[in-house]
Ligand binder design. Sequence first.
Ligand code: NAP
Length: 503
Amino acid sequence: MSFTPHGKHLIAGTWVGAEQTFPSEPASGTSHDFSVGTTALVDQACEAAEAAFWSYGYSTREARAAFINTIADEIEARAEAITDIGTRETGLPEARLNGERGRTTGQLRLFADHILKGDYLDTRHDPALPDRQPLPRPDLRMVQRPIGPIAVFGASNFPLAFSTAGGDTAAALAAGCPVVVKGHSAHPGTGEIVAEAVHAAIEKCDMPKGVFSLIQGGDRAVGQALVQHPLIKAVGFTGSLGGGRALFDLCAARPEPIPFFGELGSVNPMFVLPEACKSRGTALGEGWAESLTMGAGQFCTNPGIAVVPEGAEGDRFVEAAAAALKDAPAQVMLTDGIAQAYRDGKARFDRRNAVQAVLSTESEGRNALPNLYETDSAAYLQDQELGEEVFGPLGLVVRTSSVEEMQSLAKGLEGQLTITLQMEDADTEAAQRLMPIIERKAGRLLVNGFPTGVEVADSMVHGGPYPASTNFGATSVGTLSIRRFLRPVCYQNMPAALLPEGF
Ligand code: NAP
């Protein structure tokens, strides 16, 4: 089924066009024109979201769960059209779009179940102690309340799961917060059809129209106006460090600063401990190459850095990785800009004297071929830029002479989404020495796996110290992510008739 976008914004239940348009830049097929967002539309969407909050923020959990499940149903009802436009716009393969759609609807349904269970409210009660000496204690109750309209920015590399009705939107709607999405210019048609699904769910469930709006971009001023709008109470952002930092700074500089939950890039270091390198260096090199090239390396959890022992055993890891990467075919990148940024990132490595190319390729147009570089830990620690994400299938091997050197390297790392240990039982002592360090550096620690692939679950943490995220106490994946859009309120000596739902 082919989907032809109309190119309009969805503002509080109405599809609105604009005179000025921007063309989409699909990886294949026809380009379409999309209405450019304006600050006037931002204002309308935020006013409508605030108006909706007065009912939606006080709706029952059952009503919200039914609404969120209906969004999932409406997305499934448009499955073929979503995959059609999604594959054309992003260049991602059909199986990936289908899988990501399942993840997106599964995530919505998980949040519906989660709020029905009610434990996310974290209700607490300290009963009154009228006879306590020297002073009586009042009756105290606490519960988590939704905070108001939320701005959501999706990422180019997850056009469904981290976009229009992705994790941030699901968590905010589950919490009771209306959402204004700034559409991603890399997949505006995919954003439009998903917004259609949300729109249909709003009508079916008789929800207030302002509970969801989608404003297409085409002008950076739109996103900037959105995060600065006085009615917006928090921002969920997935994207680049540069974009995230710019918007975070705007949030902090507002007369009323608001939380900016930015999930940004990461190089996700993988430590290959000595015994693991000895016993399965070749297999680990091959496995790393596979993880590094998955989705053209366009994952925030891409394991861009492998920390590997010096010597023949480490050499086997590097040789196996290089051989596997050499055979990997060129893959289409999400946008022309991302493809250019990948080439620029490679050029940054080529300019470094302390870095040797193991596999150097020339990528053309929107295609990416893998690249592999090698350095030592002293050079890595001296050159901060080597630790910056290159979005794409580029790997850096850092050779170390001892576990102490691995510890120093770990101490020098910036905040990460994930850190992986490849280890055997005989590496346990070395791993124990690394654990206290890496726990301070990353949101998720893995053993004997690869970090690409983030389970949507109660225990998941997808976040980490800056620059992996702008708020290391939070996660953008999994049920805990709902806490970003809630705040605790204490009710003292409150009669039952005045207490909110949840007690
Ligand atoms: P991006 O270029 O930062 O774009 C994200 C969104 O922010 C877009 O809507 C973009 O608008 C907007 N934006 C960016 N800079 C802005 C600015 N200065 N002012 C106003 N709006 C701005 O990110 P991306 O290319 O989509 O995503 C790739 C990056 O995301 C990679 O670094 C990847 O590692 C990271 N990522 C992180 C996670 C995670 O969970 N941590 C997940 C996936 C991806 P336009 O539409 O106008 O471009």
